[in-house]
Design a protein around this ligand. Structure first.
Ligand code: HEC
Length: 156
């Protein structure tokens, strides 16, 4: 193959990757070590449980429960857990920047939701809960598309 053909092939390949992945970034799941995947799944199940309890607490005006459960979600941050130096390296090589910022954003919203619980502000709780749900959907559709192919963020 001469250099010209190689360049054309490279250009075609590049355009294919770009055009077929507007939203679905490469899933991170296959790149995680078994330990990290286990920890993340554990965290996610805790988050799911917390969100379910928060939903009930918001609609019943149980502000303290909103605050406590949101606090727990905030504290479950995998990046803040006791990870060994090697785990940390494995994590950083598996997940892209976009994933980290989504995770940070999500945990920041959880802190705000805890505050809205303490302030007994139902409106704000509703808004933040909805934004957090948006984060779940965004991260799953972009980075967990292998496990959750049904989560589709279509432009309207
Ligand atoms: C920044 C990314 C990110 C955000 C935000 C996120 N998730 Fe996840 N979630 C993941 C990844 C990655 C997995 C798959 C982990 C694996 O299988 O290794 C996952 C898996 C899950 C699972 C399956 C757990 C299991 O037992 O396998 C549930 C349930 C879940 N997430 C719920 C949620 C909920 C609810 C929210 C929002 C309130 C949320 N997630 C927000 C990345 C995210």
């Amino acid at each position: 193959m001469n250099a010209g053909t190689e360049k054309i092939l490279a250009a075609i390949l590049l355009s294919l990757t770009v055009s077929t992945s507007p939203l679905a970034a490469e899933p991170v799941t296959p790149k995680l070590t078994a330990k990290l995947s286990g920890l993340l799944q554990e965290e996610m199940r805790a988050v799911q449980g917390g969100m379910t309890r928060i939903h009930a607490a918001i609609v019943m005006g149980q502000h303290q429960s909103v605050a406590e459960n949101a606090r727990q979600i905030h504290d479950s941050f995998i990046l803040q857990q006791e990870l060994t130096e090697q785990d940390r390296k494995d994590l950083m090589s598996a997940i892209p920047k976009g994933f980290i910022s989504l995770d940070k954003e999500f945990h920041r919203l959880a802190a705000l939701l805890a505050e809205a619980g303490r302030d007994k502000d139902t409106n704000k709780q509703h808004r933040l809960f909805s934004k957090m749900t948006g984060n779940c959907i965004e991260c799953h559709s972009k980075y967990v598309s292998d496990r959750f192919p049904g989560v589709r963020l279509l432009k309207d």
